[in-house]
Ligand binder design. Structure first.
Ligand code: SF4
Length: 330
């Protein structure tokens, strides 16, 4: 179900993910023999341009977080390529990998868990600069003070600890830490999901502001369609380890082409919607990624399933300008 080579070949892409797979082995018995695989990500492809925000949306377990973790090298892909800034970082190692990886940083869902409670927030933000030998300790703390102000905190709070801050403030610290190494790409995995709704919009606005100021790109991963819509230029929809639809935000939200996207959007609360979509209630559970169905991964729940869907996996095709979907209906 991968996007073909021509669609990925544009030279001004900041990130190209090609046919990325992550299979986790299932082991059993005394000798921990591999008896199967959980196909968490199964052939995902997409591109991102510099300065762009790509939202990845899907239900829990669809593989979106695993995809993000592979892009930042927290999880090793089973196969596929990740080309960042023209270099294949899925095959690099050593210094070259470290240099590329510096330019990709992550903002996590739970800022409290991602910050060391023993460290002051100044130490947390300065640490990447010191560990990477980019600045002296004094310079790194000066830079940390600047970064705290950049994200809306006070430089004089440098010596305070994470527990002294609210959830929203801690997420600002997490963002300052991610900015420390001057990244080009930030992977934000459910970055506002743990926050109150009023705080969510402040953090989203901060991210949007930082994007303009630092020419950042975001891979913004969330289960929340409204949040993804707010911040993204393009949106990809994942289901059972596959990208099933991807396109410009307005096109995807106004003209969803894949029955799964249509069902997700029909279930999303949208008080300001002019005309309500007819609600599609999906039947059954998401199949196990350890035993995915043959053919279209969505066929066990699709209200429009046809015979061909049970046998042949649909290919991703461009159906509207820049808007791709993998479905035999089209
Ligand atoms: Fe539904 Fe068939 Fe399209 Fe899959 S390919 S989404 S089962 S219509």
């Amino acid at each position: 179900m991968s996007i073909n080579a021509e669609q990925l070949s544009s030279s001004n892409n900041l990130l190209e993910v090609q046919d990325l797979k992550k299979y986790f082995p299932i082991t059993a018995g005394f000798f921990r023999r591999t008896v199967g695989h959980v196909k968490a990500v199964d052939g995902v492809s997409f591109t991102m341009k510099a300065g762009e925000t790509l939202g990845i949306v899907g239900e829990s377990g669809c593989g979106k977080s695993t995809t993000g973790r592979m892009v930042v090298n927290l999880t090793t892909p089973t196969s596929g390529k990740i080309i960042f800034d023209g270099k294949d970082i899925s095959t690099h190692s050593g210094r070259s990998l470290r240099e590329s990886r510096r330019k990709i940083q992550m903002v996590f869902q739970d800022p409290y868990a991602s910050l060391n409670p023993q460290m002051s927030i100044g130490e947390a933000v300065a640490e990447p600069l010191i560990v990477n030998h980019m600045l002296s300790k004094k310079q790194a703390f000066d830079r940390a003070a600047q970064l705290l102000e950049t994200v809306g905190l006070r430089a004089r709070d440098l010596s305070r600890h994470p527990h002294e801050f609210s959830g929203g403030q801690r997420q600002r610290v997490g963002i300052a830490r991610a900015l420390a190494l001057n990244p080009k790409l930030i992977v934000a995995d459910e970055a506002v999901s743990a926050l109150d709704v009023s705080i969510q919009s402040q953090i989203l606005n901060l991210l949007a502001d930082l994007r303009g100021r630092f020419n950042l790109s975001y891979l913004f991963i969330s289960h929340n369609l409204a949040v993804v819509r707010h911040i993204s230029d393009r949106v990809g929809v994942m289901y059972l380890g596959h990208m099933v639809e991807i396109g410009p935000k307005i096109s995807l939200y106004n003209h969803p082409l894949h029955p799964y996207t249509q069902a997700l959007l029909s279930a999303a609360p949208e008080p300001r919607r002019v005309k309500r979509r007819e609600r599609t209630v999906l039947q059954g559970d998401v199949p196990s990624p350890a035993n995915p169905p043959k053919g279209c991964p969505f066929h066990t729940r699709c209200p429009m399933v046809m015979d061909v869907c049970r046998e042949q996996e649909p290919k991703m095709r461009e159906l509207l300008p820049g808007h791709f979907a993998a479905c035999h209906l089209h």
